[in-house]
Design a protein around this ligand. Sequence first.
Ligand SMILES: O=C(O)CCC(=O)C1=CC=C[C@@H](O)[C@@H]1C(=O)O
Ligand SMILES: [Mg+2]
Length: 321
Amino acid sequence: MRRAQVYRWQIPMDAGVVLRERRLKTRDGLFVHLQQGEKQGWGEVSPLPGFSLETLDDAQAALLTWVNAWRDGASPALPDVPSAAFGISCALAELNGTLPEAADYRAAPLCSGDPDELFAALAAMPGEKVAKVKVGLYEAVRDGMVVNLLLEAIPDLRLRLDANRAWTPLKAQQFAKYVNPDYRDRIAFMEEPCKTRDDSRAFARETGIAIAWDESLREADFEFIAEPGVSAVVIKPTLTGSLDKVREQVTAAHALGLTAVISSSIESSLGLTQLARIAAWLTPDTIPGLDTLNLMQAQLVRRWPDNSLPLVDVEVLEPLL
Ligand SMILES: O=C(O)CCC(=O)C1=CC=C[C@@H](O)[C@@H]1C(=O)O
Ligand SMILES: [Mg+2]
């Protein structure tokens, strides 16, 4: 016998979380819980405002249609709404035992402002030291100085930077001017420095700083090809679609010698722990970009190990069926 439930939830965010120039006060999403005999699986469906093309209501409608058909014994195709396809495919993979339990909880610490906080996080980080710094929010010159300072202070640190397409070619040059040329190869990559892909390619060529594609992966004309200066692709499963599609993209990247980084779309702790499992499974040699739980004020249903945020249990969530 099949049973299923869908829950809708909302978590308050930390005061300072700004996405695409909009303050994100709450994170809103859905969970799907599938049960068949003794087996069960959970999935998270939480489109990210400003990044996902679908709204939460679109995702909810697609999810409920799929869940009702599944509960009636059908094998419906996954919806073509990326967040819904991702969450449902995770729930099915848990149910069928195809998503391994082992997880990679080494999230690269994320810094969007104060470098002092990053020093503390890095001091506590065992093994390979990789951090991600948001740039493009302040003056390019300040960003360049912060990056230089961090690389100078921690000799075994490698940085991932993310400009979210904020820079004109001139601003990008101003940034690069402040980074000591000897340190540039310790920038593992800079995600999407400029507004256009051509300007980002020129930045890589002119500065010797490797770049990574993130936003570009979701554009219709994007192709997985090897290009000089491009070292990585950032894969955000909630924005991508089913686990099969995520796997195809990781395989395509690896075949070209690119690093594939599994990254958060600011999912709840439940979704994040699943991303940590997906990363351990598909990209075991790469630290995933999952340090976003502390942007929230609570964890939901499943805990991230050693995180002290309060846990909200399933009994408190709003069932929709
Ligand atoms: O990739 C990471 O290390 C963490 C996730 C992260 O940086 C992001 C998640 C979601 C939206 C963005 O603000 C940002 C990104 O652009 O990559
Ligand atoms: Mg990015």
